[in-house]
Design a protein around this ligand. Structure first.
Ligand code: AHR
Length: 627
């Protein structure tokens, strides 16, 4: 099976397409409609050491060192929105050898025989000290950086190694990492047979050589690759992370064999070091702007020279250029609070296949699905088209956007600054408040969608029951015609927001009426569910794993305990509510209470029950798409 690192292509940034070809004008993205300003300032994110940031299919995704047992990922359609984006716990360590001290996550997209997958590299070890730190690797279920993820392994279980990253060169995948050799911490390389397995020799390719690499301790770590105009650069952090002199150095692959230490030439000066009140800038990543036109550096830095290597390091981002010698020119760290323009293309107009669970959005009165077309018309019609499937994408601030799967466009209130606005279209994303909606629980699993700007509810024209009717927003009337149900179309993993673990039949040898617990995701059918609508906004959650005698079973609640059972039972129906932080409340039709991880732990095997709603994180879940 081949694995090929994928340079993320820019989403389809469109020129202004208000010409004759477009029936619907994109909302006028005036300042007072914009969901964010044209500038932001560093720090991007407090307590954000060793940041990794990717822009993918309409969202920025950010991870930073947590020091805990949690891999936390944040996402936002705007870079400034990352600061207060909800923390999605996408993986937790329970195995004692790799439970704790989670450092330096990176998530790399790779094309595989099964399509695009994300490979998360992170460092973790034992609870007692940092002696057990090793690199570990997770693989995503699909193309969603939010997972779910399965644990694939550790490339070097036998000795201390941290700060893993990848290089792909002439079709060969290599692993890069840092470890101690005597009094020097050095960067090494090895060939990989797959994204979690190294083979053959380990070779040192960068070591602390110059005085600027020996402040505090002799350190080279955080090796990161950037390739530009056919040249390959390894940019690494240098000096002890606890000092203000932590900085970035550059080594170029000037030879032809990455495994040959002599093929790497180190530049003798740091390329990025303390300035403008930012100390110890380093352990970075690279990303490109939404329209692919700009190169950006994401890194951590301190606001005081004595802050050291702990939670004071904040995540920061700034663009950089290439000089006339073809070398990266990172400039100096930008001062705290210095305004800088958001990455180019963040305001679109852009179309994007937003990652996430796909839903049908069904109108109460017409019993037809919300649907759009290439012209951006929005109506209710038959439910079996790709154009009638949508991703309900949380955009922070408690609001959502509806991203059409077929067209890559977004549900938009036209002329939304006009209080009498009625028209609704599906238009390219322009970061407008006209394109954000509240998702409010109505009754029995029905929802109302009010536009952030017009504050009017989505409905079929004049509340008609006529099939094929256009969709508008009407006066803020609450009635059956403003009710919609949100039906999952994708097969699902149900991920607990606290533990990052998924709702699973116990032991996965699914017996009839097996108990249901949480467990780390292992891509097993007993951890995958399919929703089938019943009445109102309720649906059944059928396990993809059949019993030995090929019986289908559904998630049922028996005296408050969740287990598998017959799919015809009254207690096998559920509804969801969409929380402001993007998580879901899963409510039992019969009991009226909410799904919860009973012990509120990270442990595999912690029981799943229904309990009165207290809105605790152990009662919040995410639906993630599985194959
Ligand atoms: O921030 C934790 C660790 O400290 C990082 O993995 C490493 O780059 C630094 O030494």
């Amino acid at each position: 099976m081949t694995y090929s690192l994928t340079k993320l292509v820019a989403v389809m940034a469109l020129s202004s397409c208000l010409g004759a070809g477009m029936v619907h004008a994109s909302p006028i993205s005036t300042d007072d409609n914009r969901i964010t300003s044209e500038t932001f300032a560093n720090p991007l994110f407090r307590n954000g050491a060793d940041p990794w940031l990717e822009y993918f299919n309409g969202n920025y995704y950010l991870t930073t060192t947590t020091w805990t047992s949690e891999l936390v990922m944040r996402k936002s359609p705007t870079i400034a929105g990352l600061a207060d984006a909800p923390a999605h716990n996408i993986w937790t360590g329970a195995d004692k050898s790799r439970c704790c001290n989670f450092w330096a996550f990176e998530f790399h997209p790779m094309q595989t025989a099964d399509g695009l997958r994300w490979y998360v590299i992170y460092t973790s070890g034992v609870a007692e000290n940092f002696d057990g730190q090793r690199n570990h690797i997770l693989e995503s279920e699909g193309s969603d950086p939010m997972g779910p993820y399965t644990y694939k392994g550790t490339p070097m279980p036998d000795h201390w190694n941290i700060d893993g990253s990848y290089l792909e060169y002439k079709g060969q995948l290599y692993f890069l990492w840092s470890e101690w050799h005597g009094k020097d911490q050095v960067n090494l390389i090895a060939k990989m047979s797959n994204p979690w397995t190294i083979e053959g020799e380990h070779k040192v390719i960068t070591q602390p050589t110059y005085a600027w690499e020996k402040s505090g301790l002799n350190v080279n770590e955080g090796p990161e690759i950037i390739q530009h105009q056919g040249r390959t650069f390894l940019v690494h952090s240098a000096s002890f992370c606890n000092t203000e002199d932590y900085s970035l150095g550059v080594v170029e692959l000037t030879g032809t064999d990455p495994m040959d230490p002599a093929a790497w030439t180190k530049y003798d000066k740091p390329f990025f070091s303390k300035a403008n009140g930012v100390y110890g800038p380093g352990h970075h990543g690279f990303f490109t702007s939404p329209d692919g036109s700009e190169d950006w550096l994401v890194y951590h830095g301190n606001s005081s020279p004595t802050d050291g290597c702990s939670g004071t390091r904040s995540a920061r981002a700034q663009p950089f250029k290439w000089d006339d010698k073809g070398l990266p020119n990172f400039g100096e760290p930008m001062a705290d609070k210095q305004p800088l323009r958001v990455p180019s293309g963040e305001f679109g107009p852009l179309k994007a296949q937003v990652e996430g669970v796909k839903y049908r959005i069904v109108n109460h009165d017409t019993d037809q699905c919300l649907i759009t077309n290439a012209k951006g018309d929005v109506s209710v019609s038959r439910c079996d088209y790709k154009a009638s499937t949508w991703v309900v994408d949380p955009t922070n601030d408690g609001l959502y956007r509806f991203a059409n799967v077929a067209e890559g466009t977004f549900l938009t209130q036209e002329n939304c600054q006009d209080s009498e606005a009625l028209g609704v279209s599906a238009a390219p994303w322009v970061a407008s408040r006209c394109q954000r909606w509240s998702v409010d629980a109505s009754h029995d699993g029905w929802f109302r969608f009010a536009n952030e700007r017009s504050i009017q509810n989505l409905q079929a024209t004049n509340c008609t029951t006529q099939k094929g009717a256009a969709v508008v927003t009407g006066e803020n009337r609450v009635s059956d015609c403003t009710d919609w149900r949100i039906e999952p179309v994708s097969h699902l993993a149900i991920v607990n927001a606290h533990s990052g673990r998924v709702v699973s039949a116990q032991q996965c040898d699914v017996k009839a009426n097996a108990n249901v617990v949480q467990h780390e995701y292992t891509a097993n059918a007993c951890q995958q569910w399919q929703a089938t609508s019943t009445s109102d906004g309720y649906y059944r959650l059928q396990s993809k794993q059949l019993t030995a005698n090929k019986q289908a079973q559904c998630l049922v609640s028996v005296d408050g305990n969740l287990q598998l059972g017959g799919c015809e039972q009254a207690d096998s129906e559920w509804r969801t509510e969409f929380m402001p932080n993007g998580s879901l409340r899963v409510v039992s039709r019969k009991g009226g209470s909410s799904m919860k991880v009973a012990g509120e732990s990270y442990a595999n095997g912690d029981n799943i029950v229904e309990d009165v709603w207290k809105n605790t994180i152990s009662q919040q879940f995410y639906f993630r798409e599985v194959k």
